[in-house]
Design a protein. Structure first.
Lengths: 168, 168
DNA sequence: ATCATTGCAAAAGATTTGCAAGGTC
DNA sequence: GACCTTGCAAATCTTTTGCAATGAT
């Protein structure tokens, strides 16, 4: 919360909002009301979301007058990804976002029944990834791993339902 | 090429076309000219493709009269995936397909410069995947791993370009 | 002959863009 | 005041769908 944008603060742990401000400043872009509202809204809860759910969320919680429009939401999400604050990946044909800034790297288990994303971290995976890349003279920028299947809860639910049916 | 659809042939190594015929038969669907042309065309070369490149390909190599339309291409690609002949994943917002039937499982290195996909296989990855899933009581159906970065060729090209520039 | 499949045109869903009006530095 | 942003409407891109005509068994 101290003074911003001085060189010495670069190493400091800035809030997402401050980090975004800094990024925008460096690109000679403006920290508008809309962008401010969006960063804060996006970082208020740690949760995966897509453009539509964010829009719905805004529609439900922000008065029309200050509510960013759909194009602005898309444009700002792009900037947040560019700024390194959000990570973006694709799921079922639409873009999904999650916090990146200040959040440890991880991958996902994706339940195709309830569509939930479960996070996990694996150092072994990173090693494996780097080793494979090295073997191909490939310079790694990142990766995307999604393990698809059915989560414990959905499996249980199915089993319960089946047993129930068997009893009839 | 011997008699098809008899129970004894299920274990036999069928050609993609034969496999598709069998699948269609089992679902009481018809093996039309369009479907025939598409399976054979798709399996003529081992290469990643999307609906549009396939359509372009067809436009360039098949006379209008016998050329499957866009909706038919989409519908048939869906059936080929369903039949287990093709694998589908998303890249840059559109669906990409590759051979699955008779082809060993693998993952990809994706070069963001030239957009090429390089295949690799890792048993360690499968073990890691299964272990992680088990730890979460997750029933695995499959996974998607794409390592993003810059391939050897593009790195070289860049280096050459840079050296060339440095010489000016 | 019956019923699946095709092509066309149009729809749908996600995301992007041109441009005039409005906001920020 | 200069210039970036926004919102609106419309465009784009990819994929899907309704339906009448056509084709496979």
């Amino acid at each position: 919360m101290s003074k911003k944008f001085s060189l010495g603060d670069v190493e400091t742990a800035l809030s997402p909002r401050e980090r975004f401000e800094e990024y925008l400043h460096s690109k000679k872009m403006r920290f508008t009301q809309e962008r401010k509202l969006l960063v804060e809204h996006v970082f208020a809860r740690h949760e995966h979301f897509d453009a539509n759910s964010l829009l719905d969320d805004l529609t439900a919680n922000v008065e029309r007058k200050h509510r960013p429009s759909r194009p602005t939401v898309y444009r700002t999400l792009g900037e947040l990804v560019e700024a390194g604050l959000l990570r973006k990946f694709e799921l079922d044909g639409r873009a999904v976002f999650e916090h990146d800034y200040g959040y440890p790297p991880h991958d996902h288990l994706y339940c195709t029944k309830c569509e939930s994303l479960i996070e996990f971290h694996s150092d072994d995976l990173l090693e494996l990834r780097n080793r494979v890349a090295q073997e191909h003279g490939f310079r790694v920028a990142g990766h995307l791993l999604i393990i698809q299947g059915v989560c414990a809860e959905c499996s249980q639910a199915k089993r319960r339902a089946k047993r129930k049916q068997d009893l009839l």
